[in-house]
Ligand binder design. Structure first.
Ligand SMILES: [Zn+2]
Length: 145
């Protein structure tokens, strides 16, 4: 059986600010992110399995991505750890979902972060081959392996 690629789409609302950026995105603002997760593998050929004919059950993929990524980032404010620690402390005291990361939270860097989290949880029979993260209708970036 050939290698088949399957893709599931996700969406989440996330705020961020790009520290030291020379444009509007240095301010705290949000995006409605759209994310496509593409896996590659051979469909299971086992009449006795409930997953027969599948690369991976879309429901299992949804659960995995929700647990690893969506629950963390949806309606969160994501900030670079290099921001003033007093600011981060005040925000954490007042809001539940402040996510501090060791990188500039651009779409490009978020992709690497997201791909790493998903790869850790995938079964050995499938490979993460692409994560597409769309920040706006006209701007997106791809992580590929
Ligand atoms: Zn932005």
């Amino acid at each position: 059986m050939s290698i088949i690629k399957i893709t599931k789409q996700f969406s989440f609302e996330m705020a961020h600010a790009l520290r030291n950026y020379d444009g509007l995105c240095r301010n705290i603002h949000g995006h409605s992110y759209k994310m496509d997760i593409t896996l590659a593998g051979r469909p299971l050929n086992d009449d006795n399995s409930p997953k027969n004919g599948m690369v991976m059950d879309f429901g299992d993929l949804k659960k995995l991505v929700n647990e690893e990524v969506i629950s963390l980032l949806d309606h969160a404010l994501v900030l670079n750890a290099k921001n003033d620690p007093r600011l981060i402390d005040v925000l954490k005291q007042n809001f539940d979902k402040i996510v501090v990361v060791e990188f500039q939270p651009t779409t490009e860097n978020l992709l690497d972060f997201i791909a790493g989290k998903i790869k850790q949880r995938l079964p050995e029979t499938v490979k993460l081959c692409r994560v597409r993260l769309r920040e706006t209708d006209t701007s997106y970036a791809d992580w590929e392996e």
